[in-house]
Design a protein around this ligand. Structure first.
Ligand SMILES: Cc1ncc(COP(=O)(O)O)c(C=O)c1O
Length: 418
């Protein structure tokens, strides 16, 4: 069967490189897609769990726009709510009532939410969370996890990255994931100067396996935060509503002071949220944080409709079940070809890797072979499954996976040496 070609994508990218830094920047950059010739760069149309690129190739999408698509591209409940609000007004003088209704939905749904604040990007609210923690505690230091991602502001990026200064990093302390003793040591080293502990509900580094919290990890971190008056922030931007509609902290059995949300809230409409406990409402009121388009009502209406619908169908459970079905079957197919496919993290957003070659070259080639046949897989980042992936999507994906294993087996055998 002929595999996909991308001449129009490549021509558009050539034009893009002339007028846009990097051609396509940020997480949509083709840089980590290896080999780039196996991937489309531009999407023409998307519907349900599939998209069509500018060359007319169709893909079952396992990146879901890197997370935001959760109920299917163009999902009717979201588009109808957005259209109804658009007829009334979107970016207007004065907030729309739907802002209050959305806040009430989140407060009703999440035990850790007594209030909600809305912005656009995830990084808007991770930054706001840190400012609130500093205001509430009068302290400076932020404890985060090595390899954790909270956005791209100076303090959020790792030291040494372009454009990041020593001053940006001055108050940031990084710890290994699942290391409670390291947190205790930081609290000893900086008595009364740690404002916040911020981490994702489980660890999701790029180019590496996801890591679940060890038994009792969150319980111990929560206890230490309470004892030392440190604000506990969960960055639930990526995992949020993929494990539990009550938030990932409810799934893992703890209660953060602040929870950062975004990504799936509105099925792709631009909105993020910070929700928090009553004790931090005063700081959330007095820390100055706002934006020109943050009160847009259309994304709020989309988010409200989407969250309600996700709750009605228990979308996290749908994704977890479908993901488990798909990835268990994939592991079995891999085994029949003599390959070990390792799946880590939640089945609704797993990190998948062929372990036979630690350099990842074999894995990259397999992802490329799948993508060239219509199952869009990236080799460096966790994948996403949506509630819109159908049984037919899963069946077709498994056939593609089988063909791609056959292709790499004829190329490399199982004793891959780079
Ligand atoms: C865990 C986590 N935190 C923060 C962010 C930043 O969100 P945004 O890209 O919307 O600023 C992301 C984005 O992927 C994320 O996955």
């Amino acid at each position: 069967m002929p595999t996909y070609q991308y001449p129009k994508s490549q021509e558009l990218f050539r034009r893009a490189a002339g007028v846009i830094p990097g051609g396509i920047y940020g997480h949509f950059s083709p840089a980590p897609l290896v080999p780039p010739s196996a991937y489309p760069f531009f999407t023409a149309k998307a519907e349900g769990a599939r998209f069509r690129d500018v060359d007319g190739n169709e893909f079952i999408d396992y990146m879901c726009a890197y997370g935001p698509m959760v109920m299917g591209y163009g999902a009717a409940h979201v588009e109808e709510a957005a259209a109804a609000q658009r007829r009334l007004g979107d970016c207007t003088t004065g907030a729309a009532p739907v802002m209050v209704e959305l806040a009430e939905v989140l407060v009703d749904m999440m035990p850790a939410a007594d209030w909600a604040f809305f912005a656009k990007n995830g990084a808007d609210v991770t930054n706001f969370a840190i400012m609130i923690a500093r205001d509430a505690t009068g302290r400076s230091k932020i404890v985060m996890i090595e390899g954790g991602y909270h956005g791209t502001a100076g303090w959020m990026q790792s030291p040494g990255h372009h454009g990041v200064t020593d001053e940006d990093q001055h108050h940031v302390v990084r710890l290994p994931w699942n290391d409670v003793a390291a947190f205790e040591a930081v609290l000893d080293r900086y008595p009364n100067d740690v404002a916040a502990f911020i981490a994702t509900p489980y660890h999701i580094p790029t180019f590496a396996d996801s890591q679940m919290p060890a038994e009792g990890y969150w319980e111990k971190i929560q206890a230490l935060c309470r004892r030392h008056h440190v604000v506990l922030i969960v960055d639930d931007i990526r995992q949020g509503f993929r494990l539990d509609m009550a938030g990932s902290s409810a799934y893992f059995g703890f209660t953060p002071d602040l929870t950062c949300l975004g990504c799936v809230m509105a099925n792709g409409y631009p909105i993020s949220a910070l929700v928090g406990c009553e004790a931090l409402k005063k700081s959330a009121t007095r820390v100055c944080h706002t934006g020109s388009t943050w009160f847009q009502a259309v994304p709020m209406a989309a988010a409200k409709a989407n969250l309600v619908k996700m709750g009605e169908i228990n979308a996290p459970q749908v994704m977890l079940t479908r993901g488990a079905l798909l990835f268990d079957a994939m592991v079995n197919i891999a085994r029949t070809y003599g390959y070990d496919l390792k799946v880590t993290g939640a089945p609704s957003m797993p990190y998948v890797r062929i372990t036979n070659d630690e350099s990842l070259m074999l894995h990259q080639d397999w992802c490329a072979e799948c993508t060239r046949r219509g199952a869009y897989f990236t080799p460096h980042h966790n994948w996403f499954i949506s509630a819109a992936h159908t049984d037919a999507d899963i069946q077709q994906t498994l056939e593609t996976v089988d063909e791609a294993f056959s292709a790499i087996k004829s190329k490399y055998g199982t004793d891959f040496q780079n």
